[in-house]
Design a protein around this ligand. Structure first.
Ligand code: ZN
Length: 106
């Protein structure tokens, strides 16, 4: 049985950082937690797992543009509202991140 290699490249690492930061902003503002609440932690772990096993690896485009919907519907809805909420705030706090890439609508 072939063991699947997990993505560990710089692009995937950076997207993990961005998605974690977005979930943090959302949880702080919406759930009033300093640390991630259980739901948000679960979502973060899920998002990181999806990125690790994204079949495009370092060649990946923005998740929102991807033809392969690898998120389960419940998680997809959550992450969509988090990106809508935190995306513009990320631009303000972290102008050096290429958030445009993530928010790109196909
Ligand atoms: Zn939360």
């Amino acid at each position: 049985m072939a063991k699947r290699v997990l993505n560990n490249g710089p692009k995937v690492q950076k997207e993990k950082t961005i998605v974690a930061e977005m979930i943090h902003i959302y949880c702080r503002k919406k759930h009033h937690q300093e640390e991630l609440c259980a739901d948000c932690l679960d979502l973060k772990n899920y998002a990181h797992k999806r990125l690790s096993s994204c079949r495009f690896g370092e060649e990946k485009s923005a998740c929102s543009n991807c033809r392969i919907h690898c998120y389960k519907p419940e998680y997809r809805e959550k992450i969509k509202s988090i990106m809508r909420f935190s995306g513009p705030r990320m631009l303000f706090h972290h102008p050096f991140y290429s958030i445009k890439h993530l928010l790109n609508k196909g």
